[in-house]
Structure formats: C-alpha cells, structure tokens
Design a protein around this ligand. Structure first.
Ligand code: AGP
Length: 610
C-alpha cells in the first residue's frame, strides 16, 4: 500500500504530484508528503499527517516550486501516522526517498547506520534507505549506481522513488514486490504506483518488472535489472480517465454499486455463445489446459476470497471438479499437498495484493501445479503478467476501499469458469444453455434490484445505533453473508459476523437477543425451507430479522420480521443478485453513522504489504 508519484519535467511539478496523490489516496491516507528540487538546487519538503487535503493546505501556505519531485501518500506500517513518519524521508538536505512496502531487515541496517553517526528522525523502516543511498552516493557519485548498490542489501518489498540535489536531471525508481509504473510524456517522465496516478499527464506506460531499477531524465528511461540494461515495452492505457470522478454520486462506493449492471455486461461481452461459455476467453492455452484439470486450488484475500468461496459451490456442482479455497496469507505458509493436475487460480481486484502475489509465486516455485490462472480487474498487473492464463473482469477502476463492483464481476467471471470447465467435459447441454440465459438476463435483474435502494435506505435506520449484527446464508449464499458482514464492518465499524444458518444452533445462537439484528439472504433455492427453520430459531429467541427474500419464499412480514422482496432470479446467479442489497445496506448505515465511506479508517484499497 502507500502511493508513490514522481515527476521530472520542463514545467512545475507540484500540482502534477498533488493530483497524482489524490488519485492514489485509495492506497493509503494516513499522511502525505512531497519533496521538490527548486531551480536553485534546494531540496524542499512538505509533509502533513492525515489525508492529501492536509498536504494541499500546507502547500497553499508554502508552495514547492521546481521541475523534479517525488510525493507519497502513506498507509502506516512502521510508526504511527504522524508528520515525522510521513514520506519523503531525507538524509541530510540533499537526498529524498519515497517508499511503498516493508524493509524486513531495517533494524540491523539502522544499527549499522547509527553506529556510523546517522541520526534518525522517524520510526519508519524507510529512513534507513535514505541514509544508505546518501552514504553510497557520497562514495560513488552516481544516483543510479547508489540505489542499485543499496537495494542489493534490502530484504522485503519495495517500490522506491529517489531524488538527489546534486543530480537535478535524474529521477530514480525501483521495484521489487510492490508495483511501480513509468509514465512516458513528451520531454517529461513520471513514476507512479499505478497508471491512474498519472493519467492526467500521459496515457503511455512502462510496467516495471520485478527487480527493475530505472533512471529517468526528461529524455527517457534507462532500465536495469540484475546489473544489466534491459528493454521494456511502452503500452498505451486504453481505459480512459473518467472513472476517477464521482460523477454526481455522493460517494465512489455508491457510484460503483450503481455501475454493476453495466460492468457485468462488459464482463460477459464476447465470452458467451447462445448456449455455452467460450473457453478461449481464458487464453489460447485454456482449451488444452482445462481438459486436463482434475482439481482446483483458489487463493485470494478479503472480498476476493469470498468470491472464491462461491466459486467452489459452482465448480463442484457444474464441473464436478474438487475445489479448495484458501486465504492467501495462510496458503503461502503451509505445507500444501497438491493433488495431481491441479489448476491454481488467484482472484484479485488489484492484481497487486502482496499475499496473493506471494502465494502465486510460492505455487509456481513448487512446480506441482498444472497451470495458473488469474481472474483480475487490472490489466498489466503483476498477477496477470505472472500467470499463464488470465481472465479480466471489466469492472473498471474501483476507487472505494470497500469492494463492490469488483466482487460481482469476479463472481460472473467465476461462473464463466465453472461453465467453461463443464463445457470442456461434456459439450453442450441444457444446464449451460439455461445458465447462459440467466447470465444474459443478469444486468436487467441487477437494475431491478438497485431500484430497492430507497427502501433499503429506510431500513438502514434500524442499524445505525446497533453495535453488532449477524448475517446468515446457506449454500453459496453463506459467502454472500460473509461478504455482507465484511462490508458492514469495514465502512460502518459495526461488529458483524456471518454464519451458515445451519451452524447457528452450535454456538452463535447464544448471542441473539433484541439488540442483535439478524440479516438473512433467502433466494428460492433448494435450501430455502431449511433456512426458514433456522430463522424461526432466531425469532424464538427474540432476534429481529431482516430478510432479503425471493417473492416465492413465502416469508411474511410480522413483528420482528422485516422482509425485502428481491426480483425472481435463477438459483445459479442468485449469489450475484443478493450481494447488492447487502452492499446498499452497509452503505446507508455508514452514511447515517457519518463514517468516511470511501476511505474507512485503518484500511487501504490495495494491500501491497504482507
Ligand atoms: C474489501 O472490501 C476489501 N477491499 C478487501 O478485503 C480486498 O478485497 C482485499 O484486500 C483483496 O484485494 P484484491 O482483490 O485487490 O486482491
């Protein structure tokens, strides 16, 4: 996490950097800072605790003129979110560094530097990099060589931006384990944690690879890796820049919830025939590879993990392939027994989540998997580039920290995967034809579901004063309940848990009383009657029920039972539809509570640290 932006240009860079930080705020918003080299060779810095707006205010009071600079928005790992821990970090008054990632061996490096008399002014791991590079620069007099020498000593993950007052024509970038792109302008060059940060100045990018270090001048980029010069392709970003505005919505999250019908359509586009899913959508090698799959291992984090949990139900039901799902941070440290011919599938909105990426690399290093597939929303991300097969969700940039449209498009992509695997095994059949019909109808049903927004807003008042909530679902709706609970806790700070409804009587029922609202998702599926019995158990203990149900479910409103009727929908796609009211509920509860909906406390959108 943390966002990095840097620029070397023939014009003033302060506002370019500031705009870049605003666009990167989704990566962290604990504190922000900027260092700019003035035309008379002074390296000046401004920093502020809090959001980028606080830095903007500091810059209004004292601007930073100059054509070379770096800036940073922080998600705290080492050291509290105070001004003194904000980046850039400096060594003396000539060298400044911004860093995204974690330096694991910083303590021993710090001891070494302190022994030589270097004074530390922050609690961060980053400050060691500043002093190490300054020391190395004093020895060799070349900033690229100095950074190259230092990164050889760093354990952990980093993306870096470095400037030195004695090299006014140089901006250095480096990446290992954290993303960094180079933006290519006309007689000006940039670095950024992602292309979004730089779309206001260029649409041409170089995606740096693991271990790359780059020296930027206004004329171009010199890239090295493992001590050798390397060439990297320049690609044009073709997704436009419109997604970074709220477009009339009060919050990005609400805009993104409302975009779901459109982005689900986009995710289906070109991937369906009349009666089956085109396996080729997963890449040219998918036909051959899918034929050989005997097992699937899905790995992801957070919301993406919940999507994987739904996929398990779909893949086992439709394709009969045993499927395991695990959070990446656990999978990567386990002695995994890999069944023969297992396809390794990662799910990620950003494609840069450190745990998921490390899990992929761990899986590849084991050499035991049939192949790797990434289902991802960001083209060109590390996960996509490092996987053999990929399927892009077409959610477009998701800015709200709480994932919404990325989740529903992941679900669509995973249903496509389950259907493609079924097709590879048994050719066309009615199950697939019906599923294709349901998928094509999905955007319309999503629109109908979104029409419940104001009714859900009214309902949300019942939650604003509560401290706890319990979500229930059965079968593939259990992960949807988990996702509903995650949404509520991350943006409204209400403690929420989710259980498969049948598990209630094994413990959590003890928590149920009139102060614990219980939310249930009740589509018209084969587990409906079982779920209804579980809901009776809640009611019998005085629990207040909020049920999102199919009109055929025959659940009546009554004392302590609130029912919100959803459009009738095919059982297979119901998890996608039932997600939406839970997103809206969390959103409205958070608005009522006055929390920061798009940037909830302590979180960041892209989790690029372990
Ligand atoms: C959910 O709302 C969060 N944004 C979070 O759980 C997220 O899904 C997780 O960090 C994984 O991110 P990814 O999909 O970009 O890998």
């Amino acid at each position: 996490m943390c966002g990095i932006v840097g620029a070397i240009a023939g014009r003033q860079v302060q506002d370019i950097l500031l705009e870049g930080l605003r666009r990167l705020e989704y990566r962290g918003y604990d504190s922000a800072g900027m260092a700019v080299l003035s035309d008379d060779g002074q390296l000046e810095r401004r920093r502020a605790a809090g959001k980028v707006a606080a830095l903007e205010n500091a810059l209004k009071e004292a601007s930073l003129p100059g054509c070379l600079g770096i800036a940073h928005t922080r998600w705290a790992t080492h050291g509290r979110p105070l001004e003194r821990n904000a980046h850039p970090h400096m060594s003396g008054n000539k060298l400044a560094v911004v860093h995204n990632g974690i330096i694991e061996n910083y303590e021993s490096l710090k001891q070494e530097l302190e022994a030589e008399g270097y004074a530390f002014t922050s609690d961060t791991d980053t400050e060691v990099i500043a002093h190490l590079v300054a020391r190395e620069y004093d020895r060799c007099g070349d900033l690229l060589a100095a950074v190259e020498g230092v990164i050889a000593r760093l354990d952990g993950a980093y993306a870096l931006g470095v400037v030195h007052a004695d090299e006014p024509q140089t901006l250095i970038g480096a990446r290992k384990g954290s993303p960094l792109v180079v933006g290519v302008g006309i007689e000006e060059m940039f670095i950024g944690s992602d292309p979004l940060a730089l779309l206001q100045v260029t649409d041409r990018f170089i995606y740096l690879e693991e271990g790359d270090i780059v020296r930027l001048t206004r004329k171009g980029a010199e890239i090295r890796n493992a001590g050798k010069a390397v060439e990297r392709e320049i690609t044009t970003f073709e997704h436009g820049d419109g997604a970074v505005s709220r477009g009339g919505y009060r919050h990005f999250m609400l805009k993104e919830i409302y975009e779901q019908a459109g982005v689900v359509s986009a995710t289906l586009e070109g991937r369906l025939t009349e009666n089956h899913v085109l396996t080729r959508s997963f890449g040219a090698a998918a036909d051959t590879l899918f034929d050989q799959v005997d097992a699937i291992q899905i790995v992801a984090c957070g919301t993406s993990y919940h999507a994987g949990m739904v996929a398990r139900y779909w893949i086992e039901k439709l394709a009969g392939i045993p499927t395991q799902v695990e959070v990446a941070s656990e999978y990567r440290y386990r002695d995994v027994v890999v069944p023969r011919n297992t396809l390794f599938v990662t799910l990620s909105q950003s494609g840069e989540t450190a745990d998921t990426l490390a899990a992929l690399r761990f899986a590849q290093s084991q050499n035991k998997y049939l192949g790797t597939l990434a289902i991802c929303n960001v083209p060109g991300s590390s996960l996509v580039r490092e996987s053999e097969l990929s399927l892009m969700t077409q959610a477009g940039p998701e800015i709200g920290v709480a994932s919404t449209k990325a989740f529903t498009t992941q679900l669509v992509a995973l249903l496509l995967l389950a259907l493609a695997l079924r097709h590879q095994r048994q050719g066309n059949d009615d199950v697939q034809a019906n599923a294709v019909k349901a998928l094509r109808h999905l955007p319309d049903v999503l629109k109908e579901t979104l029409a419940l927004d104001s009714a859900i807003e009214t309902l949300s008042a019942a939650f604003a004063e509560k401290h706890h909530a319990l979500f229930l679902g059965r079968g593939p709706q259990f992960p949807i309940a988990l996702e509903g609970a995650l949404k509520l806790k991350e943006i409204s700070y209400i403690h929420a848990e989710a259980y498969p409804a049948g598990e209630l009587k094994h413990g959590p029922l003890a928590l149920v009383d009139s102060e614990m609202p219980v939310i249930a998702v009740a589509p018209n599926d084969e587990l409906l009657e079982k779920l209804k019995s579980n809901l009776q158990e809640v009611r019998a203990r005085g629990g207040e029920l909020f049920v999102f149900a199919d009109s055929r479910a025959n659940i009546s409103e009554g004392e302590g039972v609130h029912v919100m009727t959803l459009p009738q929908v095919d059982e297979l796609v119901a998890p996608i539809i039932y997600t939406v009211p839970l997103q809206l509920l969390s959103y409205h509860v958070a608005v009522l509570k006055g929390t920061d909906v798009d940037q909830p406390r302590n979180l960041a959108k892209s989790v690029t640290v372990e």
